[in-house]
Each structure stands twice: as structure tokens, then as C-alpha cells.
Design a protein around this ligand. Structure first.
Ligand code: PLP
Length: 391
């Protein structure tokens, strides 16, 4: 037996364990200190009432002979796929429910989608980046090219015609930078992908945080995108489903490469290797798209966005350069001159008892940057910003 040696090429994922170790050491020395974390990417508000009730009804249903459900359709129940299609329809994007695949979250699908692509494709990935794109391609042994996201391009790299790639990752609103592409920038990516027969893997996990109508929340708002893009969405941050687990992936019928409809390949992949998301969870997800559920999750999103505003206003007041925070839960700030992101991490922990995430954990271009998240409790955000202002 031989192992997949590509796994040996992965870098140790030490970012969050290193943060935990440093915080534990600091706490041991200073047990009296009140430490505030603006580092976590997990939500803190509970599920909304409409979702809880829908899942309770589904649980009760499962306990009856008539209502019991066993294996469901691998690609998701019709009621949820139709609800998602209607959600897109509100933005004038018309999808057949057969183009929507319900998943247990965007992370799984972002990794699994690679099954349907040849390993000799070249992949183009922004740096800094959500590490899953890089690691899942290293595991498969694909060649990776990086595009620089930096202060000069406001962390929104645009296509470079001289580079030929087959698979392109775009995440907007971006994790870790919080930067959001506008229509013209996304159109440039769609045109580029169409011109070189590439495919865009568009990660829209944070689309619900976009409230500026001028900014695209789906790549399918761009003409031609259905011919060159797969979109990954998640209810994790939108509706607090990080623990419940539900997302969806859109694979339009128009995606045809080498005379093959990608939707059929993905359906075959899913029906072979995936047995679907629990019925109870899908009923909860359906409630997210109901009028009542939508209104309730908007309140949670508004809470996080207000947190982001408090952080942004503080940084502006201190003349600290940053991107994000407006249509995104992430704020990506420039470390003080001369400080690397880990030096700044220690500085903030020791002087303000605030935890954030060092940018270098997301790629080399993050070396002088730092990520703060707005998923915390309001009183902690306010206190953290008071402390930051003082130092
Ligand atoms: N995509 C991005 C950019 C993320 O930041 C995350 C979660 O942190 C995910 C996808 C994963 O989402 P899910 O919880 O649906 O797997």
C-alpha cells in the first residue's frame, strides 16, 4: 500500500493552534486579565426562531409513521431547492432547481468539486486566501499559481491576460480581507474565464453581508457567468448554521467543457459519494428563505454589521489603513509600520488583551496585515475598540 504523497506537501496548519497556545500562555501568566477575542470566524448569535420551530416540527414528523423520512434525494429535497431558486429569482437570476445541490456546507463542496476536474489543470488562487482552496489542490497534486492581493489593488486582484489558468478561485466578500468585487471587476473575471475556457469557482459564503445594491451578491448577476462559473453558498454565517451544517452549490446546465455537461458529472459524483443533508436540517434551511426567517436573520446580520461599523469607525479615527467591514464581517488592517502580523498579534494581546488573526496565516501577502472579525458580542467589541484607541 502506498499513501497519497501529496499530503506530505501540505504545510502544517498551525495558525489557530499557535494562537490558542499563545493565549493560554498569556492567561497562565496573567489570570486576572479579561481577554477579548476578535479572532474567531464563528458566529455567536443563536439560530432564529423560525428555523428552530421548523426543525422542531420536522423532528416531530420524523417520529410518526406517516412523516418518517429515510434516505432523501442526494442533491436535496425539492422544497429547499425551490426555495433557493426563488431566493435567486428575487435578483433576476433564474435557476432550475436541478442546478442547485444542497450540501452540508460550502467547505465540503469546495473540496469535493475537484473530483470532477482533471489533475493536470492549472489552478489560480489569490494570496491571501481561505486555506481550503490551496490545501485541497495540494492534496490532489495540482499545479497552483498565485495572484497577489495587496494594498495596491485593494486586495481585489484582476485578471492578468499573460497568465493561463484552468480553475480560478474567487471569494467575494473575501475571507480574510473583507474586500468585495464590484460588477465591472467580476465582469473582467468572467470575460477572462470565457476567453481561456477556464472555470471560476465562486465562493459566495458571505453574500448576505452585502447590502450595497450596486455590488454583486452572485456571480450570475454577470452576463455569461452561467457558462463559466460554479457558485458555492453557505448558511453558516448567513443564518448561524456553522454547527447545524447546510449550504448549496449552483452548477448551471450551461457549463459545458469537452462536450460534457458539468451538472451531470457533479450529480454523478454526489449520488455516488454523498447521501444528502438531514431532512430536519433542510426544513430549518427552508425556513431561512421564508419571509419570517429572512426578516429574523437580517436582524442578526445587522447586529454583526453594526459591530463591523464600530470597528471600522475606530480604525478610521485612528488613521489605520484597512479594507472590508462595510459589506463583510471581516476587517483587514495594516499593522503598524515595522511590525509583522505575529509581532502585532503579541503587541495587541499584551497591551490591549485583544486577540485577532495574523494575516500571514492566510498567505505571504498577509505578512503585514491583521484580521478582525465582527462576530463577537457588542459589549466586547466596544470595550476592545476603547482599548485599541488607548494604545
Ligand atoms: N468559504 C469561506 C470563504 C469561509 O470563510 C468559510 C468558513 O469559514 C467557508 C467557505 C465554509 O463554510 P461552511 O461552514 O458552509 O462549510
Amino acid at each position: 500500500m502506498r499513501i497519497n504523497k501529496n499530503y506530505l506537501n501540505l504545510q502544517d496548519s498551525y495558525l489557530f493552534s499557535k494562537i490558542s497556545r499563545k493565549v493560554a500562555e498569556y492567561k497562565e501568566k496573567h489570570p486576572e486579565k479579561d481577554i477579548i477575542s476578535l479572532g474567531i470566524g464563528d458566529v455567536t448569535l443563536p439560530l432564529c426562531d423560525a428555523v428552530v420551530r421548523a426543525m422542531q416540527v420536522a423532528v416531530a414528523e420524523m417520529g410518526t409513521k406517516e412523516g418518517f423520512k429515510g434516505y432523501g434525494p442526494e442533491q436535496g429535497y425539492g422544497f429547499l431547492r425551490q426555495a433557493i431558486a426563488r431566493y435567486y429569482e428575487k435578483r433576476n437570476i433564474y435557476l432550475d432547481p436541478a442546478e442547485i445541490f444542497v450540501s452540508d456546507g460550502a467547505k465540503s463542496d469546495l473540496g469535493n468539486i475537484l473530483d470532477i476536474f482533471s489533475v493536470d489543470n492549472t489552478v489560480l488562487i489569490p494570496d491571501p486566501v481561505y486555506p481550503v482552496y490551496v490545501d485541497s489542490n495540494i492534496m490532489a497534486g495540482r499545479k497552483i499559481l498565485y495572484m497577489d492581493a495587496n494594498a495596491e489593488n485593494n486586495f481585489l486582484p484582476t485578471p492578468d491576460e499573460s497568465i493561463k489558468a484552468d480553475i480560478i478561485y474567487i471569494c467575494s466578500p473575501n475571507n480574510p480581507t473583507g474586500a468585495v468585487y464590484n460588477r465591472e471587476q467580476l465582469r473582467a473575471w468572467v470575460d477572462y474565464a470565457l476567453s481561456c475556457n477556464a472555470i471560476i469557482l465562486f465562493d459566495a459564503a458571505y453574500e448576505a453581508f452585502i447590502q450595497d445594491d450596486k455590488l454583486p451578491r452572485s456571480i450570475y448577476e454577470i452576463e455569461g457567468a452561467k457558462k463559466c462559473a460554479i457558485e458555492f453558498c453557505s448558511l453558516s454565517k448567513t443564518a448561524g448554521f456553522t454547527g447545524v451544517r447546510c449550504g448549496y452549490t449552483v452548477v448551471p446546465m450551461e457549463l459545458v467543457y469537452e462536450n460534457t455537461v458539468l451538472n451531470k458529472l457533479w450529480l454523478r459524483r454526489q449520488t455516488t459519494k454523498f447521501n444528502g443533508v438531514p431532512y430536519i436540517v433542510q426544513r430549518g434551511a427552508e425556513a431561512v428563505f421564508s419571509e419570517e426567517g429572512h426578516a429574523q436573520i437580517q436582524q442578526n446580520i445587522a447586529y454583526y454589521k453594526e459591530n463591523a461599523k464600530i470597528i471600522s469607525e475606530t480604525l478610521k479615527g485612528m488613521n489605520i489603513w484597512f479594507v472590508g467591514g462595510e459589506n463583510s464581517p471581516y476587517i483587514w488592517l495594516k499593522c503598524p509600520t515595522g511590525m509583522t502580523s505575529w509581532v502585532y498579534f503579541d503587541y495587541l494581546l499584551e497591551n490591549a488583551n485583544i486577540i485577532g488573526t495574523p494575516g500571514s496565516g492566510f498567505g505571504k501577502n498577509g505578512e503585514e496585515f491583521f484580521r478582525l472579525t465582527s462576530f463577537g458580542e457588542r459589549k466586547n467589541i466596544i470595550e476592545a475598540m476603547n482599548r485599541l484607541s488607548k494604545i
